[in-house]
Design a protein around this ligand. Structure first.
Ligand code: DGJ
Length: 548
């Protein structure tokens, strides 16, 4: 019998109803679906919110896992992202060893978490360092890129046919193994194909083979997706002018990755994505000037990856830029009807905690801060310098608040009911607008009682006022009803109509394991007179508004 591919399923679901989702078989392979330009990762028949944690690069060995699980547990993560290196599964050509994968899957099940596997194949941060030695040191068979002067680059060429075939064989073997050990349980939810591809220091491959391809006409699929710059058709230079080298390089990577993803999915059809070494979204992209990894899936070439690599579902950003304007632009660039928002890596530093709310509120299928294990390593200054429980402490309470509500949240996000706010570097107020004439003002740096401009408060602001820690995610779950999760922020919900409005009820509580709301207490009096004030400890409020 012919099985339905993820692609077909995705298409059909754009016209299907949520009722169909509910009846989906629990044993179905995880799938990404899209409806009305929004996305959901379906796990066991319902939208799933990935509260992820990515381990350090070298934690992909059985002996390293003992430093992983305590951090995952502290973090309240439901999914762990772990590398699987080509060098570890195929140290000798044609001889595969999946013992680490087996240990990982077994231990993940024992710890009741899902996995996302990161295929460190031909490229890891653009380098071939995770490729087996028999690949790394055989330039004749597995060519590196060549510069204009004929000198080899450090980076494997995406035009190396043998390299692609070898990488593909290993990836297919991995997918076949996963199908065998995990098809029934689907502990593994998604696959990342390669890691932060692209090339530093060289805009593209100038080898004779690459040069010949560069001089061909731009393929129709690329022209259809990526707007021509100079001419409607022609060679890369004719069509894309100063951008031609980078776009051609992106095309070469996308083709290579597509071959691998397609072959892998033919064996075992899991959702697949690529991650990008972030390119600043502001100001608008200029031609490559030795200033980013050319050819990688940066936001400005998502269209090329979409054109060439339909078996890659998502192009995702790795967020290590703390600037709040860049953050907002990055989210906007990656949240598209044809691209689910998924953040597979983000700094684990405390000032990124607020971005969890921005990302999950925006309707992401998931998020995964990087370096979440207690191995004795920190990637400071990208992340925190702490490597023990003090590292997870500022992030874990956010997951603890979202964890019980994750299935609801993923469904609300899929239905377009969620929004998020992250405190800007300027600490300015932010406004959210909702259906049925509601709006919410979110402000930061306040005590719980009174106004900022009261003389005592102005003289003595709270310690967090000088930091950027505030964030709120809001779901409008009924006409007049909201679920809020937040920290270090004040939220005032008001009617945007001329009528007066006030809180009908504001309940602090949580959703239980069955998804029912359990109230702990009602907030009233001082607790609502100055807005809904979230402090250091993230918590969940269910608020009903009324008009008079
Ligand atoms: C982004 C990469 O994808 C990660 O594997 C890691 O190297 C971080 N950068 C830096 O810690």
């Amino acid at each position: 019998m012919k099985t339905m591919s993820n692609k077909t399923f995705k298409h059909l679901l754009t016209v299907a109803s949520l009722v169909a989702l509910a009846s989906a078989h629990a044993a179905d392979t995880p799938k990404l679906i899209e409806r009305d330009g929004r996305h959901a990762l379906i796990v066991d028949g319902a939208p799933y919110l990935m509260l992820g944690a990515q381990v350090h690069n070298s934690s992909n060995y059985a002996g390293a896992l003992k430093q992983v699980w305590p951090a995952i547990h502290d973090m309240h993560a439901n999914t762990v992202e772990v590398p699987v290196a080509w060098e570890q599964v195929e140290p000798t050509e044609g001889h595969f060893d999946f013992s680490f994968v087996d240990t990982l899957v077994k231990e993940a099940r024992e710890h009741q978490v899902h996995l996302v596997l990161l295929w460190f194949g031909s490229w890891k941060n653009t380098s071939p360092q995770y490729a087996p030695e028999w690949v790394k040191f055989n330039n004749a068979r597995f060519p590196r890129m060549i510069d204009k002067a004929g000198k080899p680059s450090y980076c494997l060429s995406p035009n190396g046919e043998e390299t692609m075939q070898a990488d593909k064989r290993a990836f297919v073997a991995l997918m076949a193994h996963l199908k065998q050990v995990d098809e029934k349980e689907h502990t593994v939810l998604m696959m990342q194909v390669e890691n932060e591809t692209g090339t530093y220091g060289l805009v593209r491959d100038f080898s004779p083979k690459a040069q010949a391809a560069f001089e061909q006409a731009v393929p129709a699929a690329v022209l259809k997706h990526k707007k021509p710059v100079n001419a409607a058709t022609g060679t890369w230079s004719q069509v894309y002018g100063d951008y031609a080298d980078q776009y051609f390089h992106a095309y070469s990577f996308a083709r290579y990755i597509e071959e691998i993803a397609k072959a892998g999915r033919t064996v075992y059809d899991l959702p697949m994505y690529v991650n990008n070494a972030l390119r600043d979204s502001i100001p608008p992209a200029k031609p490559w000037n030795n200033d980013f990894a050319s050819g990688g899936p940066s936001y400005d070439v998502i269209d090329i990856y979409k054109a060439v690599a339909p078996y890659i579902d998502i192009v995702s950003p790795d967020i290590y830029n703390p600037d709040s304007k860049q953050f907002a632009a990055t989210i906007a660039d990656h949240l598209r009807p044809d691209n689910a928002l998924f953040v597979p890596e983000m700094s684990n530093a405390p000032n990124y905690a607020r971005y969890f709310y921005g990302i999950l509120g925006a309707g992401a299928i998931g998020i995964s801060p990087f370096g979440i294990d207690y191995a004795n390593y920190s990637n400071y200054p990208l992340g925190t310098a702490l490597t023990d429980g003090r590292m997870t402490a500022p992030l874990a309470p956010i997951y603890a608040a979202f964890a019980p509500v994750q299935r609801h949240w993923a469904r609300w996000a899929f239905e377009g009911k969620t929004q998020g706010v992250a405190e800007g570097d300027d600490h300015a107020d932010q406004m959210l607008t909702f259906k049925n004439g509601w709006k919410a003002k979110v402000s930061f740096g306040q005590w719980q009682f009174g106004e900022k401009d009261w003389p005592q408060n102005a003289k003595n602001p709270p310690p967090h006022a000088s930091q950027t820690l505030g964030g709120v995610a809001v779901a409008q779950v009924g006409e007049n009803e909201f679920v809020l999760i937040g920290q270090y922020a004040r939220v005032r919900i008001e009617s945007s109509t001329p009528q007066g409005s006030m809180i009908a009820s504001a309940e602090e509580g949580q959703f239980d394991a069955k998804g029912n709301w359990v109230m702990e207490r009602r907030w009233n009096g001082d607790q609502v007179d100055w807005g809904l004030n979230f402090t250091a400890k993230p918590l969940v409020l269910k608020v009903r508004m009324g008009r008079y």
